[in-house]
Design a protein around this ligand. Sequence first.
Ligand SMILES: C[S@@+](CC[C@H](N)C(=O)[O-])C[C@H]1O[C@@H](n2cnc3c(N)ncnc32)[C@H](O)[C@@H]1O
Length: 218
Amino acid sequence: MRALSRPVHSPQTGPHQRLEEIVARHRAHPFRKPAAEHSRAAYSELMAIWDGRAPLVLDTGCGVGLSTLRLARAKPDCLVVGIDQSLDRLQRRKAESRPDNALLLRADMVDIWMLLAADGARPAEQWMLYPNPWPKPQHLQRRWHGHAVFPVALSLGGRLELRSNWRIYAEEHALALGLLAGRRAAVEAWQPEAALTPFEAKYRDSGHALWRVAVELD
Ligand SMILES: C[S@@+](CC[C@H](N)C(=O)[O-])C[C@H]1O[C@@H](n2cnc3c(N)ncnc32)[C@H](O)[C@@H]1O
């Protein structure tokens, strides 16, 4: 039987008090960081495959890539790219057959967003499925919406969907979307019929409440 997971525990009882200030700082000071060599290599692999016409779907922090394969099967006209920094995770599911329109890459997502933006590439969809919550208040800037790259990720556009088992993460994400993209995004309770990712399955089976925020950025 799968081990149960504990709900996210944090001293935060609501969105971080410094969220607005930090997001404003990231909006005012564009993020710059040279991409790591391995991320550049992964990006070249993507660009060699993508014809620029098929709708591009990004599965950010895809873990073992199960959601990437499932999204690719559900969207045969799209190129679905799962990106994770952990080679170990990406290789765990090696045996499973991969649809032709799915690609799994080991890279830092921060670099991939920067490289896509530099090339003016526009994904059709961006999925952020159960990112690490980083529940300690001092780790706000490790959460995607607290990271300096977040304005760049939003500038790429497309339909963005975040899912989390920590309501405060989803609330902060929605607030940051309002501040950076002028989008009013609702935090919805989410009850999947079939889990899209292993973390979704684990959290659901552990009885956690799940949350999602979906928004059209274009
Ligand atoms: C909690 S897991 C969720 C995995 C998967 N989305 C799921 O729901 O099963 C978060 C994943 O994000 C990946 N990750 C975290 N920061 C990343 C980054 N900067 N670039 C790429 N992947 C990252 C981690 O390696 C990890 O696999």
